[in-house]
Design a protein around this ligand. Structure first.
Ligand code: OGA
Ligand code: FE2
Length: 532
């Protein structure tokens, strides 16, 4: 047992580094179970400690009575030979035994459990990641800080609130990222909750210190001064605050002086950066709006041409008697959704196969062509081969039958799990001409089409959106969507740029199949025109 523990203790820190817990619900479920086991172990410890104290108490009471009687009449007491013997025995052995009991450490079991489990605990990086995910959600879904702190989110089952200390923690993480906008929001929230009388170990002086700095960094000198003043009322000797106050006053005075002589060139420069910002924002804005279900670009006229039908895969023998339900989700690019296309049992099998293999999803670095992790793709994924399970093989065949495309040249089935805050920012699934050929090794050409199964419903957030065309596709368990990434000519269709919105509440399971060009020469012949 000892050997086992030391070996584990030695190996685990390596194998568990960078597991990125916050990116997937699957691994976090393990943590919940770990915590449950630890509580059981902690309760065992409390029981052991209580029974120890109980024994000690009994001894003390017994001796209390005994000594009370004995001291009243020591000679009479010791006149009884049994009492004399018992006094010898008590002092020679029993008090010693009691001493051992008092010294006995009851915490061994709990502490060793804790030591073993700690290897699997999240680290600072995980905590920061989870905090950043919260801040990202706040931005994407336009969540008011107070709403988020009080846990008033749409579709939540287990309401949970943030304490003033939690808010302070979030503010500090934003601060270390030099994100003064969120620092201000969260420090202000912490302060507000304290002002409302919340009992907390969070310290107003510390909060005001961060808050005034964040406000100053964003250029609001007046407010920074007011906050520093408030800090100094609480702690008049605060060195930095006193220093800052003098500095603010100095800057203020200087600004007043220089106000008249301010030059035009500065204003122009400011304007320029403003324009730059505006140029840069649109896609992100569009993406976030679509994630919130705003900014859909579908006209009633176009909508009227979206239909639903029973589809038999062009008279595919497997679907003639039992055609599948198909809906048009979008016209250009054409996105279709298949309903009841994967059963709950199949979903469970796929998830179970994938779970032990989930690891942080990677992307192709456009500069090197190599796979790396990126902040813009936060999820865990695994690849499943058709050879390892009849279910996966059956799913592959289904995709082949319904798309009419050869799946033998496709990539393996990718299973992805997005935890809260998990997302994949706007991207193309196909390789662009200016990139080092990401799919060269595969030898099967570019990603001609994408098939995406939704293997869960998502309580809030988690849509697949197409910012170029203003489309949002909402996850519905058991359905799948399909679109072509390339025109028949082989040219990339830039309107297929898409993203997976951050999960706000719940978690999201998808699996997808990227079909490649090779093998489709007769199934989807190319055209002469480039953009068709
Ligand atoms: C992808 C992707 C969309 C989604 O994995 O390439 O775009 O909704 N996924 O998960
Ligand atoms: Fe994609």
């Amino acid at each position: 047992k000892v050997w086992c523990a030391t070996v584990l203790g030695f190996l685990l820190p390596f194998s568990c580094a960078h597991t990125d817990f916050f990116t997937s619900i699957g691994h976090m479920t393990d943590l919940i179970n770990t915590e449950k086991d630890l509580v059981v172990s902690l309760k065992d410890y409390i029981k052991a400690e209580e029974s120890k104290l109980e024994q000690i108490k009994k001894w003390a009471e017994k001796l209390d009575q005994l000594t009370a009687t004995a001291t009243k009449d020591p000679e009479g007491f010791l006149g009884h030979p049994v009492n004399a013997f018992k006094l010898m025995k008590r002092l020679n052995t029993e008090w010693g035994e009691l001493e051992s009991l008092v010294l006995k450490d009851m915490s061994d079991g709990f502490i060793s459990n804790m030591t073993i489990q700690r290897q699997f605990f999240p680290n600072d990086e995980d905590q920061t990641g989870a905090a950043k995910a919260l801040l990202r959600l706040q931005d994407t879904y336009n969540l008011d800080t107070d709403t988020l702190s009080r846990g008033n989110l749409p579709g939540v089952k287990h309401k949970s609130v943030l304490t003033a200390e939690d808010c302070f923690e979030l503010g500090k993480i934003a601060y270390t990222e030099a994100d003064y906008y969120h620092t201000e929001l969260w420090m202000e929230q912490a302060l507000k909750q304290l002002d409302e009388g919340e009992v907390s170990s969070a310290d107003k002086v510390y909060i005001l210190d961060y808050l005034s700095y964040a406000v100053y960094q964003q250029g609001d000198l007046g407010k920074a001064m007011a906050l520093t003043k408030r800090l100094l009322e609480l702690d008049p000797e605060h060195q930095r605050a006193n220093g800052n106050m003098k500095y603010f006053e100095y800057i203020m005075a200087k600004e007043k002086e220089g106000n008249k002589s301010s030059t035009d060139s500065e204003d122009q420069q400011e304007e320029k950066t403003e324009v730059k910002k505006k140029d840069y924002l649109p896609e992100r804005r569009k993406y976030e709006m679509l994630c919130r279900g705003e900014g859909l670009k579908m006209t009633p006229r176009r909508q009227k041409r979206l239909f639903c039908r029973y589809y038999d895969g062009n008279r595919n023998p497997r679907y003639i008697l039992g055609p599948v339900k198909q809906e048009d989700e979008w016209d250009k690019p054409r996105i279709v959704r298949f309903l009841d296309i994967i059963s709950d049992e199949e979903i469970e099998t796929v998830k179970e196969l994938a779970k032990p293999r989930l690891s942080r999803a990677t992307v192709h670095d456009p500069e090197t062509g190599k796979l790396t992790t990126a902040h813009y793709r936060v999820s865990k994924s695994a690849w499943l081969s058709g050879y390892e399970s009849p279910v996966v093989s059956r799913i592959n065949t289904r995709i082949q039958d319904l798309t009419g495309l050869d799946v033998s040249t496709a990539e393996e089935l990718q299973v992805a799990n997005y935890g809260v805050g998990g997302q994949y920012e706007p991207h193309f699934d196909f390789g662009r001409k200016d990139e080092p050929d990401a799919f060269k090794e595969l030898g099967t050409g570019n990603r001609i089409a994408t098939w995406l199964f939704y293997m869960s419903d998502v309580s809030a957030g988690g849509a697949t959106v197409f910012p170029e065309v203003g489309a949002s596709v909402w996850p519905r368990k058991g359905t799948a969507v399909f679109w072509y990434n390339l025109f028949p000519s082989g040219e990339g269709d830039y309107s297929t740029r898409h993203a997976a919105c951050p999960v706000l509440v719940g978690n999201k399971w998808v699996s997808n199949k990227w079909l490649h060009e090779r093998g489709q020469e007769f199934r989807r012949p190319c055209t002469l025109s480039e953009l068709e």
